[in-house]
Design a protein around this ligand. Structure first.
Ligand code: NG1
Ligand code: MG
Length: 518
């Protein structure tokens, strides 16, 4: 499947967004001309995403259900002629007060150096550039360095907001570099895999959900992303209902910048779920866990499949039925409850004892690649969340595939069942995985009291955004309640402009594309 080349904005945005987007794109093109004295050759576009359900399980290699949103990253690009010698990349942002313009040469080795310690917006471009350079080398072994490019960036995905602004930027950058270097047909899966690897170069040991949700989607569908036996994505149409499913996104405005919180939050969770897999494998006397695509080499999914293979002779990767897989997950939740009883978390000493590894080995193998800070590892809680969350995703997906409701009662019943799963996810994030925060809990509680069927944080958590499944006729009431009880309380002088950014009704949007400028 290739990244499409759009001929008109109608192919990219839904009807209701078309007018404002046309305005935005015209501004982008005219500002490009003003800055660089010529028209761009093309615009590379990749959207942000909202995760409907399946939180903190993508790096455990379990399926997730995100959807692309309208907000995106646009990179208007003109390609320098192929002059010999180092290529120059010039990067300007349409928000000059927010971003400095940047210029850098690609050394003639073609290698791009990224310093993840600096919070530098162009690092995301550079990670897309380095990823695409690797891919171009694989394709044509004589490829050395990218051509020079003049770029004007315009991103509308709020950063640090759980809507994957980082992945949108990395995917749009990788796509722009591929296009600039003459690759007219960019394979979606290749772009996603490049973006996953290169985003890790910016210091967060993430899974592959965001990049998949940015590249794969087609307009109007959500996405069911699998990571085993290999990365794959299926477009999921929402059931035809009297009142279509409406997902409302609400910002907490609590900046959840993973570069700051990662060592004690995101990257720590990646270590905890990895240790949980190793400890469970030991508890059940499994042989060595097979290496897999988990960020630290093994994953809970890897344990799951190895356990059923060894103890029950079930080869999961060969299409075990969804019912069977759900039963396995239910069974694993019970087993964790039984075999990982320690509520207060496991110390390095205890883990070293259980795993038969010295503490230095443990640390160098699992705690060095992305530094973390913790005295105890809450492996029981993290494993309980992951298995139960993977189960909720399967149930949610089944409900979406159920026959369209034939009456109002059935319509309401389906909304409530979907919402119930989202509420259970929020409870698990808040009480078990511990990646919520008081502001997110408050937004969810307010929404439910005003008619939301399902409310939860979305993305990494610890701040950022929440997502709510709200019946169409309740959206206004939920919005008003948030404004009155949350936004006006916390930000008494919040502007109408800021409120527009705070609450966004999102429809399933289309993924990456390239737009040829005439
Ligand atoms: P955010 O923080 O919303 O971009 C992060 C990870 C995802 C996934 C979610 C939690 C990155 C780039 N992405 O999403 O892979 O693990 O948290 O489900 O960190
Ligand atoms: Mg991100």
């Amino acid at each position: 499947m290739e990244v499409p080349t759009a001929k008109s904005l109608k192919e990219i945005y839904s009807e209701d967004a078309l007018e404002s987007q046309t305005q935005r794109w015209n501004n982008l093109i005219s500002k490009f001309k003003e800055e660089y004295g010529k028209l761009p050759d093309f615009v590379s576009r990749s959207p942000g995403r909202v995760n409907i359900i399946g939180e903190h399980i993508d790096y455990c290699l379990y399926e997730v259900l995100p959807m692309a949103i309208t907000a995106d990253v646009l990179l208007a690009v003109s390609v320098h002629s192929q002059e010999p010698g180092p290529s120059t990349i010039r990067l300007i942002n349409v928000h000059p007060q927010k971003f400095e313009s940047r210029e850098f040469d690609i050394p003639d080795t073609g290698d791009v150096h990224i310093d993840p310690s600096t919070l530098e917006w162009t690092n995301y471009f550079k990670s897309g550039l380095s990823g695409a350079t690797d891919l171009l080398r694989k394709k044509g072994n004589d490829f050395k360095q990218s051509v020079g490019m003049d770029i004007l960036a315009d991103g509308t995905v709020p950063s640090g907001g759980g809507l994957s602004s980082s992945a949108a930027f990395v995917c749009s950058s990788g796509l722009a570099v591929m296009k600039a270097n003459g690759v007219d047909k960019v394979d979606k899966k290749e772009l996603v895999e490049v973006a996953i690897v290169s985003e890790r170069a910016v210091g967060v040991n993430s899974g592959g959900m965001d990049q998949s949700a940015s590249v794969f989607p087609v307009q109007g569908s959500a996405l069911y992303v699998s990571f085993v036996p290999e990365l794959s994505a299926t477009n999921i149409a929402f059931p035809r209902m009297k009142s279509p499913l409406v997902f409302v996104i609400a910002q907490s405005f609590v900046a959840a910048d993973k570069h700051v919180t990662a060592p004690m939050c995101y990257n720590l969770r990646v270590v905890e779920v990895t240790l949980a897999a190793l400890v469970l494998a030991r508890a059940f006397g499994l042989k060595e866990l097979p290496a897999d695509a988990g960020p630290l080499g093994v994953s809970l999914r890897g344990f799951h499949d190895a356990y059923y293979q060894e103890k029950h002779g079930v080869k999961n990767n060969h299409g075990v039925s969804k019912e069977e897989f759900q039963k396995q997950l239910q069974d694993l939740v019970e087993k964790v409850d039984q075999y990982l009883p320690q509520e207060e978390g496991y110390t390095r000493e205890q883990l070293s004892e259980i795993l038969g590894m010295s503490i230095p080995d443990l640390e160098s193998k699992y705690m060095k690649k992305f530094p973390i800070r913790a005295e105890r590892f809450m492996i029981r809680q993290r494993a309980l969340h992951v298995f139960s969350e993977a189960l909720r995703v399967l149930k949610f997906n089944e409900l979406l595939a159920s026959p369209p409701p034939k009456s109002d009662a059935e319509n309401t019943e389906l909304l409530k069942a979907l919402g119930q799963l989202m509420n259970e996810t929020q409870d698990s994030c808040r009480d078990v995985f511990d990646n919520s925060c008081p502001e997110l809990d408050e937004l969810c509680q307010i929404a439910r009291s005003a008619g939301s069927c399902g409310s939860r944080l979305t993305g990494a958590g610890w701040g950022g955004c929440s997502v709510h499944l709200v019946p169409e006729d309740k959206v206004e009431a939920v919005k008003q309640k948030w404004i009155e009880k949350y936004y006006k309380q916390k930000f008494p002088d919040i502007t109408e402009e800021k409120l527009k950014e705070a609450i966004v009704v999102s429809r399933p949007g289309s993924g990456s594309c390239v737009y040829e400028v005439a």
